[in-house]
Design a protein around this ligand. Structure first.
Ligand SMILES: [Cu+2]
Length: 675
């Protein structure tokens, strides 16, 4: 790595383009140059930047000198610089939590500066300058959010967060070993173990909540669809953000229950404000600065959290939301009503519950989800007596480590279900696709999960200076994967012309934890989405083959930080303007190795369902069938599918015969093995 960094400095100095602030859509720099800059801005983020040019910018740039380079005429930068000059910003080398209002404000001030930078020179100069002046956690958050949302960074791949801020993804024991290796200059590869002991049944599913890829998916989703997003300010609308909030967490919830089944655990019970929280939690995770993440003992009663919320108030908010569902409308801030008794209702409700700035009435419905995260996260020290830092639930990177996260989300999910159950079930006529029938569905290849070892670097976890050489330090974690397989779907199009079809694939556990088969209505609520794509069907028989690797719900592993740097520098030295890493631009989906839930040795039964619906009626945009690599968690602009997430299984099913009589719907039992 040492050699690499040195080469990189030379390459950067040589490749730095001459900026003329030409607005040619690139912002005045090549994709490779931008990738280089972002790599180095995030490399060893607690220390001096290891790139000569960025270093110089950090020292000499004056953010306020020329405000013509900002789309807001420098409004954001004036605000941030004033806070800096007034010594109001959070110190460096201190923990940062997005749920802390003031810290979030600061991070978003920087985000605004970057987002309003018209050209790359302005963007990168500000990033380099404020890297030296704002808290590192705030900096990382602002830069990640800006790279995801800025039009200047469309092709930039963000390095894996678990290698940028490894403390939030790695157990304390391993972090300690990493420091030891660094201090003694001895390379080390350390095995990570899941938190807790076998005496805790929850440990059997810790591989799920502590998976670094799953945590990356969760944190990236929240970066892509932030609750603080303000359309007026940011200039564009995030389509169906509220519904997405429901769907991504609904999928986490049903998926976790499926994982529990293969590990002989009962499904998660929903959290209840007036009941005890049965599971305690000892995170075995440490902040880079700020000490250990707080623990929570078993069987405690909720306590009010000073300065955040009374439990009584959370119950009142819940009642108001349940009232809105029962009424079929939400009362907006100005007293008008917003009808939610329709397909769009879930979107409004998602905004209300999270809550996001899209909530029609945050004064009345509050912020149930966000407040609950803080309240639950603080139960180890609700009155601040022990001056503990925020809990794991106060960071999207670490939330799912605590089993109580899934209790909290089961609670939210049941509120959403109350709404979905209040809608009229689909009729056979609504679900039919005239002239189209599924002849058969089969799976090519085994449905088989397994555990594999995965290694990632901890070089960014430990401290050093340019004078001290890096030694290779990494950790090896065990993680779930599955063998590749393909869906083979034979569809008959009896129309005399080509039709556009949406293919939707789901699976739900055949039996519950007592080995009793789920009814259709119970099963469909537990459906795990496996894929969603569009195809043109010619008249006659169509053989569709869809590989597991093509799934629209998943993303591949982002290359390691090392390899990202290596590839970028190689591209720059070769004089190339881009780096061939386009498939990694979005990290928002579920990890592709996580597509199917863990099986067992005898084969765990799932109901596989395929629905082929009318693509023309479903489409919200043109040319859907060409969008085969589209990742539906990370779209930009209008969401391509007009149907609600989970369609056609999203509504209550009173009579399962409706589905079984549909020729465009297929269901059969499959087994997932784990070896
Ligand atoms: Cu979340």
């Amino acid at each position: 790595m040492k050699v690499l960094v040195f080469c990189a400095l030379v390459a950067a100095a040589a490749a730095w383009p001459n900026f003329g602030f030409v607005n040619d859509g690139t912002g005045g720099a090549s994709d490779a140059q931008k990738q280089h800059d972002v790599n180095y801005l995030l490399f060893k983020v607690y220390e001096d930047v290891r790139d000569e040019n960025l270093h110089k910018l950090g020292e000499t740039f004056d953010p306020e000198a020329d405000t013509s380079h900002y789309s807001d005429n420098g409004e954001a930068v004036h605000k941030l610089v004033k806070e800096l000059k007034d010594h109001r910003l959070l110190q460096q080398k201190h923990w940062f939590s997005l749920f802390n209002t003031r810290q979030r404000e600061e991070a978003l001030l920087l985000y605004d500066v970057l987002e309003h930078s018209n050209d790359w020179q302005t963007f990168v100069s500000n990033a380099a300058y404020f890297r030296n002046h704002v808290n590192e956690g705030e900096f990382v958050y602002a830069l990640y959010a800006a790279v995801i949302h800025s039009s200047l960074t469309k092709n930039v791949v963000l390095p894996p967060l678990y290698e940028v801020t490894p403390h939030l993804f790695t157990n304390s024991e391993v972090i300690q070993e990493a420091y030891h290796a660094k201090m003694t200059q001895t390379p080390g590869k350390f095995r990570s173990h899941f938190t807790g002991s076998k005496k805790n049944p929850e440990q059997r599913v810790a591989y799920f909540g502590e998976d670094i890829g799953l945590n990356t998916h969760h944190v990236t989703w929240h970066l892509e669809f932030p609750f603080w997003w303000n359309d007026k300010h940011e200039g564009y609308h995030l389509d169906r953000k509220g519904e997405n909030f429901f769907w991504v967490h609904h999928q986490l919830t049903v998926r976790f229950d499926a994982e529990r089944l293969s590990n002989h655990l009962d499904p998660v019970n929903e959290l209840h404000w007036e009941a005890t929280i049965e599971e305690g939690f000892a995170p075995h995770t440490t902040y880079k600065y700020g000490g250990e993440f707080p623990s929570r003992p078993d069987n405690i009663h909720f306590e009010d959290v000073d300065g955040i919320a009374h439990i009584r108030d959370l119950i009142i908010l819940e009642n108001r939301i349940r009232d809105a569902i029962a009424h079929g409308y939400v009362t907006a801030h100005d007293g008008s009503t917003v009808d939610i008794n329709n397909s769009h209702g879930i979107d409004v409700l998602g905004d209300v519950i999270e809550s996001s700035t899209y909530s029609p009435n945050v004064e009345y419905y509050g912020s149930l989800h966000n407040t609950a995260h803080i309240v639950l996260g603080r139960q180890g020290d609700p009155h601040g007596k022990y001056d503990l830092p925020p809990g794991v639930l106060e960071h999207f990177e670490t939330s799912t480590r605590d089993p109580a996260f899934f209790r909290l989300h089961k609670y939210m999910d049941n509120i959403f279900r109350e709404h979905k159950d209040s809608l009229t079930p689909y009729t056979k006529e609504e679900l039919e696709f005239s002239g189209v029938a599924i002849d058969g569905v089969s799976i090519d290849g085994p449905l088989e999960t397994f555990f594999e070892d995965f290694e990632y670097s901890l070089v960014n976890a430990v401290d050093d200076t340019p004078q001290v050489a890096d030694v290779a330090i990494s950790t090896v974690v065990s993680r779930l994967n599955h063998k590749d397989f393909s869906f083979k779907i034979d569809v008959n199009n009896n129309n005399d012309h080509e039709v556009l079809a949406t293919v939707r694939i789901f699976a739900w556990p055949h039996n519950d934890n007592n080995d009793i088969p789920y009814s259709f209505n119970e099963g469909r609520w537990r459906a795990i989405e496996l894929d969603r794509f569009w195809r043109k069907l010619s008249p006659g028989v169509n053989h569709i083959v869809r590989k597991s690797t093509e799934s629209a719900v998943t993303v591949p592993d982002v290359p390691s930080f090392d390899s990202l740097i290596e590839r970028t520098e190689a591209a720059l030295s070769a004089g190339s303007s881009e780096v061939d890493i386009h498939e990694f631009v979005s990290a928002v989906g579920v990890p592709n190795r996580f597509l199917i839930p863990k099986g067992n040795s005898e084969g765990l039964e799932f109901e596989l369902v395929v629905a082929v619906t009318d693509g023309k009626a479903d489409a919200a945009v043109e040319s859907l069938h060409e969008n085969t690599v589209f990742n539906h968690y990370g779209y930009h602009g209008v969401y391509p599918d007009n149907r609600p997430h989970g369609y056609p299984l999203d509504r209550r099913v009173d009579d399962a015969r409706i589905f079984h009589d549909l020729s465009n719907f297929h269901q059969h039992t499959v087994k997932i093995y784990n070896h």
